[in-house]
Design a protein around this ligand. Structure first.
Ligand SMILES: Cc1cc2nc3c(=O)[nH]c(=O)nc-3n(C[C@H](O)[C@H](O)[C@H](O)COP(=O)(O)OP(=O)(O)OC[C@H]3O[C@@H](n4cnc5c(N)ncnc54)[C@H](O)[C@@H]3O)c2cc1C
Length: 471
């Protein structure tokens, strides 16, 4: 695979027009700079096709010329999957395919193009009285194609599922430029392999999603939100059981946050006021949806029961939209706040929900033994068994020296605990470039063979997102 960059730029310009091609590396910043700031290879070109036919033309050309294509949406992925691995690859950005083709609130389906920004999709369906229930802190930039290709989760997976569960069908351009039209809106379709499920979560290695039909839900009348004080992850697990018994599928979110997260955010003035009732070693952010025609008060009465059962020691309920926004800001800023305290070592892992307390206890103890003074910051989607198990450097340590000495060792400790508990080393962020070697080590060998066979069948020349996921 290697055509000179100038030939690539000329060929692409001839195919889709010079306005849709960037060949000057100095103008590629927005497409190259990824959130982790770990991967820095410039592309031979960035192409922004204006329609599906242009995506097909680019893929037909890339297939004939063996040029690696890196599909990109909002460039918010956290594993380096959306940026090049080599300088002769082309970034294909879907940003210009950003039309919402249809919204049918009554039938509960929208068809959105891959470049639609997630937040714009939210607004468009809300204007029609419906809801697309996939919320991420990156939703102002993340695009539908990227969200689906990374099978993103977020804060409402508990009630509505991740991206795969919210997808009814996809339209995609294959490696050789053929168009797969799978944009159905069927709840039931047993006509063979589920190709949409294959393309969702494929990180752009099997095809380029150009549009998707997505499930919509009725817009809730309101939300009931609280931040509660809990003594331990064990108590959080029991409280989660109680909340599920009481609220069933109306339990929208159950997020775990350690005290250190509050401490860091208050010290760095990231919150305009303390959103919690009082000091506590752990907090749970709990949210219930309230549908039209139902009375408020379910969360209040569930929390009273939890208080009587001594599962919680204190709580504060959101009384206004501003309260709710502040509580969610506290949760959403958990990742960012660690950067204010120097370097941190991060893991996006999941275990069976009942094993979350053991994950946190055993993982923290083992890492603290190995790195004296390190600060565990485990937080996240407790209700999905998905913990962002992060560690902030010891106070006063040199960030670079800390990462150089401990990054690998801490990963090894945490992944050992995760695997022992029957968990996953990538819960919602994917594999990308970051975890290619890890996947080879931990994935069932037969599963890896099946994945390679699928990749070879759909992309025999290996031009779709080369080197990502399977290496
Ligand atoms: C602040 C922040 C918070 C986040 N929170 C969460 C969270 O709560 N839960 C969660 O799951 N993730 C979260 N993420 C990561 C999440 O994966 C991304 O935000 C989002 O899903 C990716 O969308 P994107 O459009 O930016 O995709 P990109 O980053 O552009 O791409 C992601 C992957 O999809 C591929 N791709 C992109 N578009 C297409 C397409 N049209 N066809 C085929 N392949 C394509 C890329 O090649 C790459 O493999 C967060 C990220 C940030 C920065």
């Amino acid at each position: 695979m290697s055509l000179p960059a100038n030939e690539i730029v000329s060929a692409l310009s001839a195919l889709v027009g010079g306005d849709n091609v960037v060949g000057d590396v100095a103008r590629m910043g927005a497409w190259l700079s990824e959130p982790r700031k770990r991967f820095h290879i410039a592309a031979a070109a960035v192409v922004t096709p204006p329609d599906v036919a242009a995506v097909q033309a680019v893929m037909r050309w890339a297939h004939e010329n063996n040029v690696g294509i890196v599909p990109q949406g909002g460039n918010t992925g956290l594993v380096g999957a959306q940026v090049p691995r080599r300088g002769d690859e082309v970034i294909l950005s879907l940003q210009k395919l950003d039309r919402i083709r249809s919204i049918d609130a009554a039938a509960g389906v929208m068809v959105a193009e891959a470049g639609t920004i997630l937040e714009n999709a939210h607004r468009a369906v809300e204007a029609e009285g419906a809801m697309f229930p996939l919320w991420l802190a990156s939703q102002g930039s993340a695009r539908i194609g990227g969200v689906l290709s990374s099978n993103a989760g977020g804060v409402n997976v508990l009630a509505y599922g991740n991206a795969r569960e919210l997808t009814m069908g996809v339209e995609a351009v294959l490696a050789d430029g053929r168009l797969y039209n799978g944009l159905n809106a069927l709840k039931k379709d047993n006509t063979g392999y589920d190709l949409k499920d294959l393309l969702v979560g494929a990180e752009g290695t099997l095809g380029i999603i150009t549009a998707a039909s997505l499930k919509l839900y009725p817009l809730p009348e309101d939300y009931e939100t609280a931040l509660v004080n809990i003594a331990s992850p064990e108590a959080a697990f029991e409280l989660f059981g109680l909340m599920r018994e009481r609220a069933g599928s109306r339990l929208n979110a159950f997020e775990l946050i350690p005290w250190i997260g509050l401490d860091i955010q208050l010290r760095h003035q990231m919150l305009d006021a303390d959103p919690t009732a009082s000091a506590s070693p752990w907090y749970a952010l709990i949210e219930l949806t309230r549908m039209a025609g139902t009375a408020p008060g379910s969360l209040q009465s569930a929390l009273e029961a939890a208080f009587e059962a001594t599962l919680i020691s204190d709580a504060t309920m959101a009384e206004s939209l501003a309260d709710r926004t502040r509580m969610w800001a506290f949760r959403e800023q958990m990742s960012e706040c660690q950067s204010r305290e120097g370097a941190s070592i991060k893991h996006d892992v999941s275990v069976p929900i009942a094993a979350v307390p053991r994950l946190i206890a055993e993982g923290s103890a083992a890492v603290e033994k190995r790195v004296p003074g390190i600060r565990p910051v485990p937080f996240g989607h407790m209700g999905d068994g998905n913990i962002h198990f992060n560690f902030s450097q010891p106070v006063g340590a040199d960030p670079k020296a800390f990462m150089a000495e401990y990054d690998e060792a801490v990963h090894e400790i945490i992944y050992d605990v995760v695997l022992k508990l029957g968990g996953s080393v990538s819960a919602e962020h994917g594999i990308g470039q970051l975890k290619v070697d890890l996947l080879k080590q931990v994935k069932d060998p037969v599963a890896l063979e099946m994945m390679r066979a699928i990749k070879n069948a759909l992309d025999p020349k290996g031009i779709l997102n080369p080197g990502k996921m399977l290496g």
